[in-house]
Each structure stands twice: as structure tokens, then as C-alpha cells.
Ligand binder design. Structure first.
Ligand code: MN
Length: 201
């Protein structure tokens, strides 16, 4: 079976001014599409049944050794971007609510402290990678991963992820990754994060 690029649930300009239209269009139709294409090449001839890409990433050791790194890179690239697009919406909720908010306050002290931790995880990732809020063995944590590595491959469930590859922000923010990380909160869809949290608990 072949994996496919998912549709965005909004237009390329919907997240302006936080993320500009040109960045969104290139990021989705070129970068993400390329991960999907390369993933499909990497799994050619393998029988993965009807596994979702998330299931594949949880069990990378089922992939033959000579294909494993390619599946890790491009499969991670596919899954991470699907999660990323779904984590945003125009004028997203400004803060988590309900059970998620309580759990985050218990884990991080406050929403403000969580945001600082998450921004630091993104800023301090050397080179390319992701900042994450994950549920790891029942515990909420802020982590970062290099390249397109998915937290799923380390046994954690990603609840929210921000892409800190330069392709995600360079046209508008150039070298100012920190400004992008701060601005990004305005488009986070906390309703979706709460749904992921409820499903993962
Ligand atoms: Mn990206």
C-alpha cells in the first residue's frame, strides 16, 4: 500500500500572519509531498499490511535493516507533518482547557512555564528537528527530536509538535527561529491536542 499526502483542513493563507502563504504552500505541496514520495519508494515491495504510518514508526525494527533509516526519515517526515498540519488552525484556541490544562499545570507548573520549555526545546535543537509535547509512560514531557525522528519510535505519544527545520520559517523569519516559536502559539489548535491527550491516557 502507498501512503498519500493529506489535504490541509484550511487554505495556504489561513495561518497568516503567523505563517505566510508561500511557506505553507512549499512546505505542504513540496516538502511534505517529497517525504511521502520517498517513503513510498523506501517501502516498495515490503508487506506492511494496512499499517498506518504511526504503527510503522512504533515498530521500526520490523523494517529490513537496509530500508530502516529511509523509513525512519521519510516515514517520520510524513507522520510529523500530518500531526503538524492538524495541530494548527486559524485563530486556534489560545490555551489548553479542562483535563489537559490541569495535567499540564501539574507537570510544568503553569502554561507560561510550559511555553518557555517548549520554545527552549525548539531553539536549542541544533540543526533540524522538532519540539514536542509528548505523553511518555503516562507522563507529560517536553522533548525535541533531531531530523524527522518521531517520538513514536521511542515509545512516546506526540500530542503537539512544532517543526523547527528552516523550511518551516525561513522565508518570513529568516534566522529568527525564536520569533517563529513565539508567534506559533497564536495558531495552535488546543482542541486537537486535548483529543490526542484523552486518547493517549
Ligand atoms: Mn517540515
Amino acid at each position: 500500500m502507498a501512503y498519500r499526502l493529506n489535504e490541509l483542513g484550511y487554505s495556504y493563507d489561513a495561518l497568516e500572519p503567523v505563517i505566510d502563504k508561500e511557506t505553507m504552500e512549499l512546505h505542504h505541496s513540496k516538502h511534505h509531498q517529497t517525504y511521502v514520495n520517498n517513503l513510498n519508494k523506501a517501502i516498495e515491495g515490503l508487506d506492511l499490511g494496512s499499517q498506518t504510518i504511526e504503527e510503522v514508526l512504533k515498530n521500526l525494527d520490523q523494517i529490513p535493516a537496509d530500508r530502516r533509516q529511509a523509513v525512519r526519515n521519510h516515514g517520520g517526515g510524513h507522520a510529523n507533518h500530518v500531526l503538524f498540519w492538524e495541530s494548527m488552525k486559524p485563530g486556534g484556541a489560545t490555551a489548553p482547557e479542562g483535563e489537559l490544562a490541569l495535567a499540564m499545570d501539574a507537570a510544568f507548573g503553569s502554561f507560561a512555564k510550559f511555553k518557555t520549555l517548549f520554545e527552549n526545546a525548539g531553539s536549542s535543537r541544533f540543526g533540524s528537528g522538532w519540539a514536542w509535547l509528548v505523553l511518555d509512560k503516562g507522563e507529560l514531557k517536553v522533548i525535541s527530536t533531531p531530523n524527522q525522528d518521531s517520538p513514536l519510535s521511542d515509545g512516546a505519544v506526540p500530542l503537539l509538535g512544532n517543526d523547527v527545520w528552516e523550511h518551516a520559517y525561513y522565508l518570513k523569519y529568516q534566522n529568527r527561529r525564536g520569533d517563529y516559536l513565539k508567534a506559533w502559539w497564536d495558531v495552535v489548535n488546543w482542541d486537537v491536542v486535548a483529543e490526542r491527550f484523552a486518547a493517549a491516557k
